[in-house]
Design a protein. Structure first.
Length: 271
């Protein structure tokens, strides 16, 4: 029997469709980071695909790029692109490895894959406050905030997907909110509220959010009383395998220890 999917795809697209232009400030930040990183690469890209739930923020950014929806099966042509960007969708994919494998197959040899998504440190304060509040009020927990992968796990996915020269790094985005209701409003405007299949279909009781607000303010507020909130953006990159790429040394091929190399460097004549 096939286990149920972690995320409800229908709910994902429904909530993303209600996102507002103003609410996509983190998605635009991720886009700008990707574009800046591309400028640092000494290469021109001519066949580009962008996979995203937010096509409106990518229009006009990369010349002639094909902008595609993040469906389970991506509308990518195999071995056709020298750049594939997967923007702010991997954290809500039921099969992130499969998504990156599809992107890898769509790359030309030595083509570049880049991605951005929310990482595991996102909304840590909200998760903690909600957990304490619900445990105290109801004696148990419901899946209310989507789980997100840590950077080390996302980096490992690049290797599993067969990409060469994988790199993963992250950007912490500290924010503050007037109260927990203000934060929830922003999450709705991003289209980033709970879409887990196992989520409760009933409205959360007002007492839960009232208690969450009390705990959040007590544990995670700044000196002015505003609530601290962390968003964690993870950026991934890797290359389509190609014979001309640098290769790591084979195990056992090193002829000098690090200590020997440092000793020799120390004894080199100075200029």
């Amino acid at each position: 029997m096939t286990p149920p999917e972690l995320f409800n795809t229908k709910a994902k697209f429904s909530k993303r469709a209600r996102a507002t232009v103003e609410g996509l400030f983190l998605q635009r930040l991720a886009r700008d980071e990707i574009l800046e990183r591309l400028q640092d690469i000494n290469r021109s890209f001519t066949n580009i695909a962008i996979v995203t739930s937010y096509p409106e923020i990518w229009v006009g950014t990369l010349t002639s790029a094909a902008i595609l929806s993040d469906e389970d099966v991506l509308d990518l042509k195999q071995a056709s692109y020298d750049l594939v960007v997967h923007s702010m969708s991997l954290h809500h994919c039921n099969d992130p490895v499969g998504q990156i494998v599809q992107c890898n197959r769509a790359l030309q040899p030595d083509g570049l894959f880049m991605a951005a998504c929310f990482g595991g440190q996102t909304l840590t304060e909200l998760r903690a406050a909600l957990s304490i509040a619900e445990t105290n009020l109801r004696g148990g927990l419901s899946p209310r905030v989507s789980p997100m992968a840590e950077i080390r796990d996302l980096g490992a996915i690049l290797q599993r997907a067969g990409l060469a020269l994988p790199v993963a790094d992250s950007l912490q985005v500290p924010t503050t909110y007037r109260d927990v209701y203000h934060l929830m409003q922003d999450l709705r405007a991003m289209g980033e509220t709970n879409i887990m299949t196992a989520r409760s279909k009933n409205f959360a009781p007002k007492a839960l959010f009232k208690f969450t607000q009390k705990i959040y303010k007590r544990e995670y507020s700044d000196q002015t009383g505003r609530l601290n909130c962390t968003f964690n953006l993870v950026f991934l990159s890797g290359w389509g395998p190609d014979a001309g790429q640098p290769k790591p040394l084979k195990p056992g091929s090193v002829t000098k220890t690090l200590q020997q190399a440092l000793k020799e460097a120390k004894n080199l004549p100075s200029d």
